[in-house]
Each structure stands twice: as C-alpha cells, then as structure tokens.
Design a protein around this ligand. Structure first.
Ligand SMILES: Cc1cc2nc3c(=O)[nH]c(=O)nc-3n(C[C@H](O)[C@H](O)[C@H](O)COP(=O)(O)OP(=O)(O)OC[C@H]3O[C@@H](n4cnc5c(N)ncnc54)[C@H](O)[C@@H]3O)c2cc1C
Length: 355
C-alpha cells in the first residue's frame, strides 16, 4: 500500500482549506498528500458567513458582503454598521470547486475514500473528523436554513438581520437569521441554542414557513436550497499524539459562544503551513484561553437563564459594533473586552462563575 508524507482525514472545510494553503505555498512540491474523504461528489452543502476581520483565500467565493445589519428583540430593533469588518457569505459550492481544481494540478495529491486504502503508519496526520458522543448535557447550535426566491423585489439587500429573537423561545434560545443576497433572493435560517433534547425544536420546516409567511409577510416565494446542521458548543475530545493534529471543528476551531468556525479554520491552516517543516514540534494552535474562559461563563449563563439571552445579546450590541465584532471574532483587546463585559448583567455572570 502506498505511503504518504501527509494525510488529511476529511476533505471538508478544514481539510480542503489546509490542502489549498499548502499547495499555494508550494509545500507539496516534494511531499505527498493523501486526502481521505468518503463523499462521492462535492455539491453545495453549507453557507459560511463571518465578519471579515482577517484576510482569507476565498474572496472569489464570496456570494455577498454587507456593511449594515440589524438585531431584534420583541418591540425593539438595533441598526448597526460594520463598514470596517464587512460580513461575508462564502458559497461552499464555489469553495469546493476552486480548491479541487487547484489540487488536481498536483500529482503529489491523491484522494481516497477510506484510510484503509493507504499505509499511514509513517505519515503526519491532520484529522478533521471529530470524536463526539451525543448526550443531553452539552449545548449545540442547531439550525435549518432555506434559500428562497421571489418573483418581485422584496428584500433590502444592503442590510442583513443577524438575530431576530421575536419568535417562540420554548425554554431555550431561538432566533431567525436572514441574509438577503439580492432583492429577490435570501437565506432564512431558524437557529436554536439548546441541548437538543426537545424534539419539537426540530420542526424546522414549519418554523421557517411560519416566519416567512407570517412574520416577513411574504406569501409568494419558492425554496431553491436547504441546509441543516448542528455545531457543537463544546470542544470535541482531542487526543494528543506526536504525529497527529486535529483541525476544523475536531481541532477546537469553533468559537463556542457563536458557532463561528470558518475564519478560525483559515487562520489555523496558515499557521500549520508556516510551521509545516517542523510541525510535530510546533505549539498547538488554539482559540485564546481568554475567549475559552469567557465563553464558558457565557454558555453557563445561557444554559441556566435562556429567557435572559435575547436581552443579553441585544445589550451586547449596544457597544460599538466594531468592538462587538472584534470580540466575537477573537480580535478584541482588554479595554474592548471590558466594554462588553460591563454591558452584561453582573450578578448573573458572577453567579455563573462560581457555579
Ligand atoms: C450547515 C452548516 C452551516 C455552517 N455555517 C457556518 C457559518 O456560517 N460560519 C461559520 O464560521 N461556521 C459555520 N459552520 C460551522 C463550521 O464552519 C462548519 O461546520 C465547517 O464545515 C467545519 O469544517 P470541518 O472541516 O471541521 O468539518 P466538515 O466541513 O464537516 O468536514 C469534515 C469532512 O469529513 C468527512 N468525513 C466524515 N467522516 C469521515 C471519515 N470517517 N473519514 C474521512 N472523512 C470523513 C466529511 O464528509 C466532511 O467532508 C456551519 C456548519 C454547518 C453544519
């Protein structure tokens, strides 16, 4: 069986981002790479959105970028600007196509469906398949989104809605999210932050239909695409081994308070590429301990006080949008952290800290 210098397990967002980064920096000129990916074809399965706080390789896969957004709680809407850090949506279909076309050019890169097809004993392994046991103690961000098209102009495509909490909360945290790609096209998503132990929350189709028809007041539309997923708001098990690094969700690249992962994956790929020659001795890349600590308290508050969360998120965005965006994207400094922390209900957070 063939041996490879590097093996990437999982050719999804993290696996392909890393392979692309290595390829464009010519790190695979004299090295071989096997990508293990069971899927038989790549098609659009996700829309990755984030505030662009750092550069990434996929500007040409950005479907739409916005500089204005809103956040709503019942009877209150906050209009905000994000000119410094536009919010971008990357289309996974364009992303997969761009990367796979590039990787095809290098004959040192091979794809396999199963790791048993190669000899990986002496390879350095980048693993993006998380080890997650489903139990009802952990929090998840679970959601379903549809892309819809209308006959006539309906949406204001200059402004997106980050969170609309004006909806049924069912003892959890629930909001809708709307990304208008054009005046006639938008992604509408129902999002829950919960332990996934209430099956009624997974009645996504009805929730979306009700929201579009009775909240947005749009009756005439067609659904052109649907995506569904669940992001763990906890770190998957990470085994420390000398010849293996976990990447992507498996590698702890999700910011637990938000579910944002895409840009962290891009930064991790750049870090690995920069250190590839000495990778087994390189320090582990992780989301800073400061955010791990703050997110842990935040999620404890969320778990214990779901009813308070719409107001907490709303209040958070009373700080300058630039500050909140930097905070949510792991780029804030001490004073910016403080300005967010001071907006939080102090007693609730102090109690969570000692629980
Ligand atoms: C629907 C959806 C929307 C999301 N939207 C956003 C967003 O807007 N912004 C954001 O920042 N994050 C978002 N995320 C979170 C995160 O960015 C994505 O989950 C991202 O795809 C994580 O990348 P990954 O490589 O870790 O996992 P994946 O992209 O899921 O890649 C894992 C790969 O491993 C393969 N695989 C599975 N089993 C095996 C096996 N046994 N052996 C080998 N390969 C295997 C899978 O087929 C897959 O291709 C979203 C997640 C989902 C599910």
């Amino acid at each position: 069986m063939k041996e490879f210098d590097y093996v990437i397990i999982g050719g999804g967002c993290a696996g392909l981002s890393l392979a692309y980064e290595l390829e464009i920096h010519k790190k695979l000129k004299d090295k071989t790479l096997a990508i293990i990916e069971p899927r038989t074809e790549y098609k659009k399965d996700k829309t990755w959105s984030f505030w662009k706080v750092v550069n990434h390789n996929f500007n040409d896969c950005v479907k739409k970028s916005w500089e204005n957004f809103t956040i709503n709680i019942p009877k209150n809407t906050n209009h905000l600007q994000c000119t410094n850090y536009p919010y971008q949506s990357v289309d996974s279909e364009l992303f997969y196509e761009k990367i796979n076309n590039k990787l095809k050019e290098n004959k040192n890169i091979s794809f396999f469906k199963n790791i048993s097809e190669i000899n990986s004993k002496n390879s350095f392994i980048f693993n993006s398949v998380p080890s997650i046991k489903k139990d009802y103690r952990n929090l998840w961000q679970h959601f379903c989104g549809v892309e819809i098209e209308t006959q006539n102009n309906f949406f204001d495509d200059e402004i997106f809605n980050l969170m609309d909490f004006n909806c049924d909360q069912r003892e959890s945290v629930h909001f809708f999210y709307t990304l208008p790609y054009s005046k006639t096209k938008a992604l509408v998503e129902t999002t829950w932050l919960s332990k996934m132990n209430d099956n009624s929350q997974k009645d996504y189709d009805n929730q979306i239909k009700d929201y579009i028809e009775n909240h947005l007041n749009l009756k005439d539309y067609k659904i052109t695409y649907k995506e569904e997923g669940a992001i763990p708001l906890f770190y998957p098990k990470y085994e420390k081994t000398i010849n293996k690094i976990n990447i992507g969700t498996a590698g702890g690249m999700t910011r637990l308070s938000t579910g944002y992962t895409f840009l962290n994956i891009q930064e991790h790929s750049k870090y690995i590429c920069k250190n590839i020659e000495n990778i087994s001795k390189t320090k582990k890349f992780e989301i800073s301990k400061k955010y791990q600590f703050l997110d842990d308290i935040f999620l404890r508050v969320l778990s214990e006080n779901p009813k308070m969360m719409p107001n907490i998120f709303f209040k958070m965005f009373k700080s300058s949008p630039k500050t909140v965006i930097k905070f949510l994207s792991n780029k804030s400094n001490f004073l910016e952290d403080l300005s967010i922390i001071l907006k939080m209900p102090k007693w609730t957070f102090v109690k969570a800290l000692f629980n």
